[in-house]
Design a protein around this ligand. Sequence first.
Ligand SMILES: [Zn+2]
Length: 75
Amino acid sequence: MRLDFSYPPRHGSGEVSVPDTVRCPTCRRVGPWAGNPHRPFCSQRCKLADLGNWASERYRIAAERVPVDEEESEE
Ligand SMILES: [Zn+2]
């Protein structure tokens, strides 16, 4: 049986491990976590880009969403 001290188990509930680096959801670039005001994004540009994508996606879905409450009845 090995004891891997460098690889602690993640079963501990309530223990939040702060990563050293974070992967930007927008450009997939790995940047530092500490001292990054835009985390999990690498920069404000990616942060705004992600928010823009989310907003446009939301608007697009809202635009395509038509009320189909009583459309099921064929006769
Ligand atoms: Zn980025």
